[in-house]
Design a binder for this molecule. Structure first.
Ligand SMILES: [Zn+2]
Length: 116
């Protein structure tokens, strides 16, 4: 999956992704799975970080793959990302999840789980 987005001609269960607030899961099969898969790569490579000074989450680039560090801000209960995918999709849907936001959510979950 590349992080570009162009609106599909038709929207169906296989090409739509959105965050289900009631179920707290990513809905939509194809892209949803791709986002989770990529988020897990960020986690495994230890690329998720938190900037204490700027109070922003950081997802560092995958070595030899891309060069941009994305910044993820927390806005109330939701997250906003600086990547192109998020900015495109957020024009059509409220509070979309990109692979970086998903990585941060997993990262926080892991931290919370391991604290106890
Ligand atoms: Zn992003």
């Amino acid at each position: 999956m590349t992080e570009t987005y162009s609106p599909p001609e038709q929207i169906g269960p296989n090409n739509v992704i959105y965050w289900s607030t009631s179920k707290q899961v990513l809905e939509g099969v194809k892209q949803g799975k791709a986002i989770i898969k990529k988020a897990l790569i960020f986690l495994k490579l230890g690329l998720v970080d938190y900037d204490q000074i700027d109070k922003v989450f950081l997802v560092h680039p995958i070595p030899n793959y891309n060069k941009t560090t994305y910044r993820i801000h927390r806005r109330d209960k939701h997250f906003a990302c600086s990547c192109q995918f998020y900015n495109q999709v957020s024009k059509h849907w409220e509070h979309p999840t990109c692979s970086h936001i998903q990585a941060v959510k997993f990262w926080l979950e892991i931290k919370r789980w391991n604290k106890t």
